[in-house]
Design a protein around this ligand. Structure first.
Ligand SMILES: [Zn+2]
Length: 596
């Protein structure tokens, strides 16, 4: 008898009743419009030297953040659960334009803050009203100080629409236009880039290689379009930085992630010192696949034919049970979320691919989206997204303006939750093949963060350096990428993927520059917290929650020092996390030694 205890379809009705026709949502969106007007007036008539006047603006801002967060998340849920919901897309545009109206108001407020005299500023921050916003206000003020005047920044923002973001949109258009002729199972098809990429994990080696070759051929034919797009995105960025007097391309991403350059240097330095085991793993994988070398098109190849499946009911119970081994609060939180319709897991058509967790700041809940098809990796995704939701839950008592955590720490709670479940899965594997598959799943993550992401970081740093002295042609981009891959994969790669720079959306994202190193940071940062949790047992949970509550009000260096007593500008810290990953490799090599 199956026990259907956990709903597989989420509850959106309790958020706003009526889906994309919701009356309640309409009222809320109209309210935001009014609130933005109010905020605008408050900023225009602000008395800069008066703490109460500043607090008034902050409180109005908080309302806007909460209501935009609530409506924005709800609409994301509508779009994800049914990609054909046209009304939801219209609502999305409406929310985007509300956000666009908010941005200049915030900038104007930041300019006011940056104009306040040092001494007066210190006094203001010491007042009862403003002391809790110390970090956030200082950050806003400093950010503005590093930029040009309000007028000049406004010109840049206006020019960005056609001169910068447009190139990012052009990339999406170029990608969506590509059709790759491909024969699979005797049938001739036209694949999208996404579909062709998905063949990288196809069980048949000839299919994997053919898909790789078809993709490289396409990239070669179109490389000039992509090289032009990439060069102009970089050109705009560099020109802006130059005007602002910024001499490093890393300044913006480091600032956004509240990170010191020493921290990234220490992190990559430690990784570079410890690549050997992962190169060893790749060598073994090649042997298991009966090839003499590891090539790009075999990196994602499956090495076992594990067909174990696990129902959603069992999977959810497994997550709850293992969370309980770490801490009672996480367990109770997950039970409540799963039982009360926070999770959309059903496998049905028209759903968006992938998974996410989105916060509902007004009702102080979250919603998790995924498509559960019964694999252990689905169970890990459920744990991952519940980890994100737990982060939001931990931040509930914190003022909204103090909860804007950056990408580097955004994946802390999620990776942590995923590790708990991934480790338990390996331990409880029912067969040796399953154990090998689950272990490999974990190692693949390390390879992605230590090698693939590292290659992206090396490429981007070097490309931007060369771009400073002019356009970097496609053939040179290929060279830089191939070199970066050979280096990042520590010599373990035979056939590389020189056009990777054309295939990866992340290089063309105009909202976030250098969308790479924060992934690796988050992964290793989270692993070291995980190691501490294992050491200290259930008494660690309260410390963990305290750390999460501070994720948006201090630099990552201060966060680690305060809550872990660790200096993350030193390699030694990073080596501890890498050590955990090396142990997975050791176990994998041992288990597969006969099979090689
Ligand atoms: Zn995540």
């Amino acid at each position: 008898m199956t026990n259907v205890k956990f709903p597989e379809v989420w509850d959106l009705e309790s958020v706003f009743a009526g889906g994309s026709n919701s009356e309640e949502l309409r009222i809320q969106l109209d309210r935001i419009q009014v609130e933005l007007e109010e905020l605008k007036n408050a900023v225009s008539s602000i008395v800069a030297e008066d703490s109460k006047s500043i607090l008034n603006v902050l409180e109005l801002m908080k309302e806007v953040y909460i209501n935009m967060g609530q409506t924005g998340s709800f609409v994301s849920c509508l779009q994800a659960q049914d990609m054909t919901d046209k009304k939801a897309s219209l609502l999305r545009s409406e929310i985007s334009s509300l956000a666009a109206n908010f941005a200049p108001i915030k900038l104007q407020f930041q300019q006011v803050l940056s104009g306040i005299e040092e001494e007066k500023w210190a006094e203001l921050l010491a007042t009862e009203e403003l002391s809790q916003f110390n970090f956030t206000l200082n950050e806003w003020r400093d950010e503005t100080k590093l930029k040009l005047s309000e007028q000049e920044e406004n010109i840049i923002s206006a020019l960005k629409v056609d001169g910068y973001s447009a190139w990012g949109e052009m990339y999406d258009l170029l990608i969506s236009d590509i059709k790759i002729p491909f024969t699979i199972d005797g049938e001739e098809k036209e694949l999208s880039v996404g579909q062709a990429n998905n063949l990288s994990s196809h069980p048949d080696a000839t299919v994997r290689q053919a898909a790789y070759e078809a993709l490289e051929k396409t990239w070669t034919e179109k490389e000039e379009f992509f090289a032009k797009t990439l060069n102009h995105i970089a050109g705009f960025r560099l020109a802006t930085y130059k005007k602002r007097g910024w001499d490093s391309v890393l300044q913006e991403p480091l600032q956004t992630n509240r990170m010191q350059p020493e921290t990234i240097d220490a992190m990559w330095g430690a990784i570079i010192d410890h690549k050997a085991p992962f190169a060893e793993y790749l060598k073994r994988k090649a042997e298991l696949l009966n090839t003499s070398t590891m090539d790009w098109f075999n990196l994602d190849a499956p090495i076992t034919a594990s067909t174990e499946t696990i129902s959603y009911q069992e999977g959810a119970a497994f997550v709850i049970e293992n969370f309980g081994r770490f801490g009672k609060k996480l367990e109770a939180f997950a039970t409540n979320a799963i039982e009360n319709g926070w999770v959309e897991a059903e496998n049905r058509p028209n759903k968006r691919p992938g998974g996410f967790c989105t916060g509902l700041p007004l009702t102080k809940e979250s919603r998790i989206f995924m498509t559960y098809s019964g694999t252990m990796s689905n169970v890990a995704t459920l744990a991952h997204e519940l980890g994100h939701a737990f982060h939001s839950y931990a931040l509930r008592p914190i003022h909204t303006l103090n909860t804007g955590y950056a990408m580097g720490v955004a994946e802390t709670a999620s990776t942590f939750a995923e590790m708990i479940v991934a480790d338990a899965a390996v331990q409880e594997a029912k067969s040796e093949d399953e154990k090998i598959a689950l272990l490999e799943d974990k190692i693949q993550r390390s390879v992605a963060f230590f090698m693939n992401i590292h290659a992206r970081f090396l490429f981007e740093t070097r490309f931007y350096e060369e771009r400073e002295s002019g356009i970097v042609p496609a053939h040179r981009l290929n060279e830089i990428m191939e070199e970066a891959q050979r280096e990042a994969y520590a010599g373990a790669l035979n056939v590389a993927h020189p056009h990777f720079w054309a295939s990866k959306l992340h290089f063309y994202m105009t909202s976030v520059p250098f969308y790479n190193f924060p992934y690796t940071f988050g992964y290793l940062f989270s692993l070291s917290i995980y190691a501490k949790a294992k050491e200290e047992g259930s008494s660690f949970e309260d410390k963990y929650i305290a750390l999460l509550q501070d994720t948006a009000v201090m630099s990552v260096e201060d966060l680690a020092m305060k809550h872990l007593g660790e200096d993350i500008t030193e390699k030694a810290f990073w080596e501890k996390g890498i050590r955990i990953c090396e142990q997975d490799v050791e176990q994998f090599l041992e288990l597969t030694t006969q099979k090689g």
